[in-house]
Design a protein around this ligand. Structure first.
Ligand SMILES: [Mg+2]
Length: 404
């Protein structure tokens, strides 16, 4: 039960998926969260609830950032794929055969990795709860009890970001700050990053996420200035397809800075191609874009074999998706570059009884059954889109550009 090889036989025969339900929630963010492609004011995770024939119940989550702005899937497309294709494909199947569930979902539905990840997550949670073990026991066992936790400064205002960074340092919550840039001119971004870097002056490490906003020439021109400003990690500076520019940048950066692929690395095949071409130093791992926890481990294994580091990324999930991410990240060997599972802190409210513990700049892995967090049904009902009747607007380009 504690090795990956035993995954397909972990659940007793007859532990079958009886029923699956899914819904979209709409949860406002505590502030505007500005990225290169716009600003978000609320998150709309799809929450999956999955029942087994022994009565055990598990939860899964797929969150997107800005509807379909981050990649092709949106909350609405995820909900549709689950209801129409994925739930019928896995209902009645052995819930503990995770690889087999993925294969069955792949047969009826190409792509749609976020939707598949939510269903697989719920199956893993349900089986782990049925067996009364933490989910990481079904994923190879843990090698980390906690991980350093980064915070993203993305208000779009340097003064507000400095104030936020000072508060996080004071309460010993975060000392790794990721700045979202790429919406303004590169010169303005360099000035913004430099101001914040000077303000925290050696008390925190600085990374930037450009979210595909630059072309190769812009990256070559401005990355050195950002290194001078104190940035040590550059996340997805160029377009998802622009692997040549990513590779050139990786080959020419000084040793004090690293290039991290995010939107470019989704499938294990993406990971293999990037590794073969030495196109980055670090993979940002995210359950949703890889198509689930099992596939996340496949991508991480390629990173490990290719001497590429890994980073525990987020799609700004609630505590449910964040805990599931923490469980799989906790099982990964190799060199890690921290994690950013701060999604719950960016939302005005959460859907679980008790959030994961954050202590001395680190996120502590919850040890209870399943993903170690308890979803509260009343909170699901409170944010349920079907009840609230909200319209599916996720990203506000107008407000973002007006403020940038
Ligand atoms: Mg990113």
């Amino acid at each position: 039960m504690s090795t990956p090889l035993s995954i397909q036989t972990a659940a007793p025969a007859g532990l079958r998926i009886e029923r699956i339900e899914a819904r979209i929630l709409d949860i406002p963010t505590i502030r505007a969260h500005k990225l290169s492609f716009g600003a978000i004011f609320r998150q709309s995770p799809v929450i999956v609830q999955l029942w087994l024939n022994d009565g055990a119940c598990g939860f899964g989550e797929a969150a997107t950032i800005g509807g379909p702005s981050w990649n092709e899937e949106s909350p609405e497309s995820i909900l549709h794929a689950i209801h129409q294709y994925l739930a019928p494909a896995v209902t009645g199947q052995d819930a503990g055969r995770f690889e087999q569930l993925i294969r069955q979902m792949d047969v009826v539905c190409k792509g749609n990795r976020f939707a598949k990840a939510a269903v697989e997550m719920a199956a893993i949670d349900a089986v782990a709860r049925s067996l009364n073990v933490p989910a990481y026991q079904l994923l190879g066992g843990k090698v980390h009890d906690s991980l350093p936790l980064a915070w993203t400064l993305a208000s779009g205002d340097s003064d507000k970001d400095i104030e936020e960074a000072e508060r996080m340092l004071e309460i010993r919550r975060h000392r790794i700050f990721k700045l979202k840039i790429g919406a303004r001119t590169p010169q303005e971004d360099v000035a913004h990053v430099s101001r914040i870097s000077r303000a925290v002056n050696g008390r925190a490490s600085m990374t930037v996420d450009i979210n595909q906003a630059w072309d190769g020439n812009t990256a070559r021109r401005y990355v050195p200035e950002l290194i001078d400003a104190g940035v040590t990690l550059f996340e997805q500076p160029v377009a998802q397809w622009n692997e040549e520019a990513l590779r050139d940048l990786t080959a020419t950066l000084p040793h004090t800075a690293l290039v991290m692929a995010d939107e470019t690395v989704c499938s294990p095949q993406d990971a293999m191609r990037l590794a073969r071409h030495k196109a980055c130093h670090v993979f940002s791992l995210k359950i949703a874009k890889h198509g689930g926890l099992v596939r996340t481990r496949s991508v991480a294994a390629i990173a490990n074999a290719a001497d590429i580091g890994w980073y525990g990324g987020t799609m700004l999930e609630t505590s449910l998706g964040s805990a599931a991410s923490a469980h799989v990240f906790a099982t990964l060997p190799g060199v890690h570059h921290n994690c950013e599972l701060f999604g719950p802190q960016l939302l005005v409210d959460d859907i679980v009884e008790t959030q994961m513990e954050r202590r001395d700049y680190e996120l502590v892995l919850p040890d209870g059954p399943g993903f170690g967090v308890t979803v509260v049904p009343e909170r699901l009902a409170r944010f349920d889109r079907a009840r609230a009747g909200l319209t599916p607007v996720h990203v506000d380009m107008g407000r973002a550009s007006a403020q940038n």
